[in-house]
Design a protein. Structure first.
Length: 90
């Protein structure tokens, strides 16, 4: 499937297991397997580069906020948004 910023509604992705990004430690990396939340939230995260199948790594965590590396860019998100992203550790 092609990576697009249109929220994917597909059984294979809904069934994909993963752990919430908020449980990841600094330096941990993996692939995004699912993004939950309302359509607007999923679209916003997708536009930031959080796409199913994309590699992601935790650069730092400060006061619950996370700095993440996605597609070579560092993006800071709060704990609430990070809890919507599920990943499979490498």
């Amino acid at each position: 499937m092609e990576n697009t910023c249109v929220p994917i509604e597909h059984e294979a992705y809904a069934a994909a297991s993963g752990m919430p990004l908020v449980t990841a430690k600094v330096g941990e990396s993996g692939k995004i397997v699912r993004i939950s939340g309302k359509t607007e939230t999923r679209r916003f995260l997708c536009e930031l580069g959080f796409i199913i199948g994309e590699c992601i790594s935790v650069v730092n965590e400060i006061s619950g906020n996370m700095i993440l590396d996605v597609k070579g860019a560092r993006i800071a998100i709060d704990r609430g948004l990070a809890s919507k992203i599920f990943f499979a550790p490498e």
